[in-house]
Design a protein around this ligand. Sequence first.
Ligand SMILES: [Zn+2]
Length: 247
Amino acid sequence: MLLTILGGCGAWPGAGQACSGYLVEHDGFRLLVDPGYATVPRLLERVAADQVDAVFVTHGHPDHCADLNPLLRARALRADPPAPLPVYSLPGALDAVLALDRPGMLADAYVLREFTAGDRLDIGPFHAQTRLLPHSVPNSGVRLTAGDRVLVYTGDSGPSPDLVDLARGAHLLLAEATYADEVPEDSRRHLSSARQAGRQANEADARRLLLTHLQPGTDPAAAQAAAQAEYDGETGIATAGLVIDLS
Ligand SMILES: [Zn+2]
């Protein structure tokens, strides 16, 4: 399983950056997870729009799904459009982004496969176990298994035993860490710090931790140090262009 980081900014893309976006590949199948703001230009540096085989979206915040629109445009507005793109999301999560263009314009470009958090999905060679994790809108974390490798991605989530359970023994935990040490009071149930991500990686016995969704202004070095204070495993920051081979 190969993971390519397209972007790792939380909330909005910093200068020259992109928000959450992850290309996960196995056996030639390309799964795009969370096409957040500005991820499509980075995706297209690596693969053509018609080479994406499926999209999985954790939740409907635009920093996780806004670039579904340019991806669908890049597939639909050509002389020989590819087959409709399977797009997996929670019910209603993509209503806003799918309404950006005039009704029907992109209708043939995708097939929406809405699921309920807790469902288990088979997406190409990936088995996806989904789990509702606490956020300000419904958010599904996902445990992706291909071969004997396991990648767990939180989407956006406050600390939760469900997150620890989902991440149990994962080869890589890709964890939202909007802040380094302290989450502001009004977001504590819905977002995490790098310190909390480290603590949960430790509790889950994850083999490796990658911090993502750092809000611009959060110091990556401080975030990494905060996570490492709680977790002994290898810890990194999700930066655009980073490729991790989990095999
Ligand atoms: Zn969010």
